[in-house]
Design a protein around this ligand. Structure first.
Ligand code: ZN
Length: 386
């Protein structure tokens, strides 16, 4: 195992003064854009395993079949050692059916609002890249956010969702959730919501691996061991942290940016800025230039970005350097051979880059450092795009 730090180290070669674990504090004086988090900060779960041995729900009808997920079992011994075990087929069936049934209840319990959205266009774009995206999409008004997240607790556990989160991919039930915000659409157009949908659909194309961790004489915990490039790292029964978040979020947001440019024909993004190919975002590591296709406006008129756009710029620079990295990234989210290609291509750009981006910078507050690392390696200024 490579050495993984809970916090990224601070290399004085790149950074001067970095309170690295502080959340973004955009200062009005020198910041052009504010940031929202598009997806939840991680996908840990504290619950959701109750009833997995109950098969009474298996008779319920599925609305849309859930795409393939792999299941593993990990036995955790008292001394902390671990060994894999094969999950019984009926346990896997029970888990699948439980989550499917719960997701169906959500599907039925909330009135979808797709008016004015070109959902088929978003889906077709994702699939044109070779991604098999889920058909389970729940697109609801933002007013339903609290009730929907309450309904998701049996699947996802008691996850506290950042109030700015605009959507997410529920890996256990293979469901994409997107909130519609009428006030945001009023200033950005419906493409704003479509681009969020594209982002979440891309997450859904990655391989999902569920790990049922079981203590010798004790409880079980259902964990998401893999979702695309993200990996959950556990110590015993306890979730510790996630790796691969920077690559996963950067890749899907970069690709959502392609949708804005190529399908919505809005190369300057939703904010409609002109005169510069980028805006700047004030981060602990400095002023970050962010390409315009990632910009939008808040109802009050301020320019915003999703935090994931910071990682997207970094991935975009790597794809500019090696265009074959994009198809490799698409395939590597679900295929280990292709993942090895991603590894090789990133490390051909700079030795150790893949491991670095996988193991560090895996929180929104650290994306700026990841971008600074990539810019330093490619000799690109942080505050300009080239
Ligand atoms: Zn995301």
């Amino acid at each position: 195992m490579p050495e993984i730090h809970d916090q990224p180290d601070v290399n004085p070669e790149f950074f001067d003064n970095t309170p690295v674990d502080e959340p973004f504090e955009a200062s009005a004086a020198d910041t052009d854009a504010d940031a929202d988090m598009l997806c939840p900060p991680d996908y840990r779960d504290d619950g959701g395993d109750e009833g997995y041995d109950d098969t009474s729900y298996m008779d319920n009808q599925e609305h849309v079949s859930v795409t393939d997920r792999t299941f593993t079992g990990t036995l955790v011994h008292e001394d902390g050692s671990e060994e894999p075990f094969d999950l019984p087929e009926d346990t896997v069936d029970a888990l699948n059916n439980l989550w499917t049934t719960q997701a169906d209840a959500i599907y039925d319990g909330f009135t979808q609002d797709r008016e004015g959205l070109d959902v088929p266009r978003a889906k077709a774009f994702v699939e044109s890249l070779g991604v098999t995206a889920t058909d389970r999409m729940v697109i609801v008004p933002r007013a339903d956010k609290a009730a929907l997240e309450e309904a998701l607790i049996p699947i996802e556990g008691k996850q506290v969702v950042n109030p700015t989160v605009g959507g997410w991919y529920v890996s256990k039930s293979d469901t994409v959730i997107v909130y519609r915000e009428q006030d945001m659409e009023a200033v950005n157009g419906t493409g704003y919501t479509e681009s969020k949908l594209v982002h979440e659909l891309l997450h859904s194309g990655g391989l999902v691996q569920i790990d049922l961790r079981t203590e010798n004489k004790g409880s079980s915990e259902v964990g998401t061991a893999q979702m695309g490039y993200k990996r959950g790292v556990y110590e015993g029964m306890e979730f510790q942290y996630v790796t691969g978040d920077f690559i996963e979020e950067g890749f899907v947001q970069y690709t959502a940016g392609l949708y804005v440019v190529n399908k919505l024909d809005q190369p300057n993004g939703f904010a409609g800025l002109r005169g510069s190919p980028h805006i700047t975002y004030d981060d602990a590591v400095g002023h970050l230039a962010i390409p315009l296709q990632h910009t939008f406006r808040y109802p009050e008129g301020d320019v915003g970005i999703h935090t994931e756009a910071i990682a997207a710029r970094a991935i975009g620079h790597l794809i500019d350097r090696d265009p074959a990295l994009l198809p490799a990234l698409v395939a590597g989210a679900r295929d280990n051979e292709a993942l090895a290609e991603v590894h090789g291509r990133m490390n051909a750009i700079s030795p150790g880059m893949f491991e670095r981006l996988r193991d560090y910078y895996n929180k929104g507050a650290w994306y700026g450092q990841g971008l600074a690392y990539v810019c330093a390696k490619l000799d690109i200024p942080l505050d300009r795009l080239q």
